[in-house]
Design a protein around this ligand. Structure first.
Ligand code: PHE
Length: 510
């Protein structure tokens, strides 16, 4: 390491010299003390101290100078109104030393009585007895003078105090801090500088050296630059880390997903988070008794609970559900309810958004995608969230089919660096054929399911008046994120842990 030490005589900056001088004279001192004595900013002292430490002339330590106690919100309330145990025994005394538990609760509030009993019993102030099914409190030892805790509360009531100021009462103060945090204690830390042996023995010599950190026109003109010693730059000197602002890993991935689809010629669409059951389910030929529509899977709105469904379209959707609407299908064969379809929910998939778009754009080609938020009534754990994102899309054009769909999905993942993709036959009420999309992870040595896809059934497209085939997919974003960023717990993505956010490689998908 290149420091100025070891290059002939030890060289000192004037600032370093004055700090060292003070230090040698007075011995160990805190940065603040030195700053005060030398009329410098604490920052300047810190910088000089750092350099003196590098040159082996001083040692920096961080020490706990003192501890400061302060009332918490609850503590402040007790300081004003009295501790619950005090209020309890005062009330008991006012009632002649004996009272019914229920009466006390009515007088003081349930909370005060409950807490008060615990502490008053601990101190031996009260006893509890039962007589004919009633609980009775008896005052056995009324505390005439204030307790240590009460004195501390009073003392702290006019502001924070150093623990050293509390003298023999500091223990009572600690007890209050352990008791539901009535008092908050924080440490006052300070940096302290002490001279090393070298500093003490070299000091005389050090005084002779003058160092100049800036070459001025003055020095050049007068030729004094020949005499002075020029300070060296230490490019290895430790500095505070600087963190530039950066994108959240999830936003970075969303941006990359957008870029991938835009590059493939798709346009982004948006849709409402609060959705009609009609678009989320009915327009997708999902029968009204489908398990996914139940409360424990879907969030329903309480107020307003209903919205307006598009009437003409609703009649076509009704026909598809009830009898297949001439698609060759028999439909689900039940009475379709417009009432059920008008319920408002938080959308459970973004297929609600693409189908809405399709209903308004029946002419080929249609190539749209969305990366957006969805909601499911799920218990959150390491692999599941109740609120997350889907990467959705549709492609409608003359003569497209499953092969094109597989091609689009493969191409999309390969743009994110995932080249092993496989498709497994599956089922969705709105697509036929349907498939599940898996991606192979070399690190894990296994396939991970990332989403679903398929070709919309005629029961879905016919009521909308769409005649050409529609390819559709809905893929998980968070699942993809944990794969790309190597996260084990999906909740990590939303914890806003800065050290994780800073450590993630934003180009992980390359
Ligand atoms: N909507 C399906 C889901 O949420 C995914 C999907 C979208 C499947 C489009 C087929 C077609 O899992």
């Amino acid at each position: 390491m290149a420091s100025s030490a070891g290059h002939g005589r030890l060289a000192l900056h004037p600032m370093e010299r004055s700090v060292l001088k003070a230090l040698v004279r007075r011995g160990r001192a805190s940065f603040t003390e030195l700053a005060q004595e030398l009329q410098l900013k604490v920052d300047a002292v810190a910088k000089a101290a750092e350099r003196l430490q590098m040159k082996g002339l001083a040692k920096v330590e961080e020490v706990v100078l003192d501890r400061v106690a302060q009332l918490s919100e609850e503590g402040a309330e007790y300081a004003e109104r009295g501790l619950p145990e005090r209020r309890l025994v005062d009330e008991l005394r006012a009632r002649g030393g004996r009272a019914d538990l229920e009466e006390l609760k009515r007088a003081l509030g349930e909370n005060v009585v409950q807490i008060g009993i615990i502490w008053a019993k601990k101190s031996g102030w009260i006893e509890i007895s039962r007589s004919d099914g009633r609980t009775v409190l008896n005052l056995v030892n009324y505390p005439e003078s204030p307790t240590e805790e009460e004195l501390v509360l009073r003392f702290l009531a006019d502001g924070p105090k150093r623990l050293s100021e509390l003298g023999p009462y500091s223990e009572a103060c600690e007890r209050l801090s352990r008791r539901a945090g009535l008092v908050l204690i924080r440490e006052v830390r300070e940096h302290v500088l002490s001279p090393t042996e070298t500093a003490l023995s070299l000091y005389g010599e050090l005084e002779e050296v003058t160092e100049v950190s800036q070459l001025t026109p003055e020095l050049l003109k007068t030729g004094r630059w020949r005499e002075v010693r020029l300070a060296r730059y230490d490019v290895y000197a430790p500095v505070k880390p600087v963190f530039a602002a950066r994108e959240h890993p999830l936003s970075a991935l969303i941006r990359r997903v957008r870029e991938a689809f835009v590059e493939l010629g798709f346009q982004e669409v948006k849709g409402p988070l609060v959705e009609l059951a009609f678009w989320n389910f009915d327009a997708l030929f999902q029968p009204q008794d489908h398990p996914a529509r139940e409360m424990h899977d879907t969030f329903y709105l309480a107020r307003p609970s209903r919205g307006r469904i598009p009437e003409e379209l609703a009649e076509c959707v009704r026909a598809a559900h009830e009898n297949g609407a001439g698609t060759g299908s028999k439909g689900w064969r039940y009475r379709w309810s417009a009432e059920e379809a008008s319920k408002l929910i938080l959308r459970t998939h973004t297929t609600a958004t693409t189908i809405r778009y399709l209903a308004d754009h029946r002419e080929p080609p249609v190539k749209v995608f969305s990366v957006d938020r969805i909601f499911r009534n799920e218990r959150v754990n390491w692999k599941r969230l109740a609120e997350f994102h889907q990467i959705e899309g549709i492609l409608m054009d003359r003569g497209v089919g499953l092969r094109h769909l597989m091609g689009v999905i493969r191409e999309f993942y390969s743009r994110l660096g995932l080249r092993d993709v496989r498709f497994r036959p599956s089922y969705f009420p709105y697509t036929e054929p349907s498939a599940e999309v898996d991606v192979y992870l070399k690190d894990l040595g296994r396939w991970v399911e990332l989403g679903g896809m398929g070709v919309f059934r005629p029961e879905v497209t016919r009521p909308l008046g769409v005649v050409h085939p529609v390819l559709a997919w809905g893929l998980g974003l968070e699942r993809l994120a944990i794969i790309i960023y190597g996260v084990e717990d999906i909740r990590e993505l939303y914890r806003n842990d800065l050290s994780w956010i800073r450590s993630v490689d934003p180009f992980a998908w390359r």
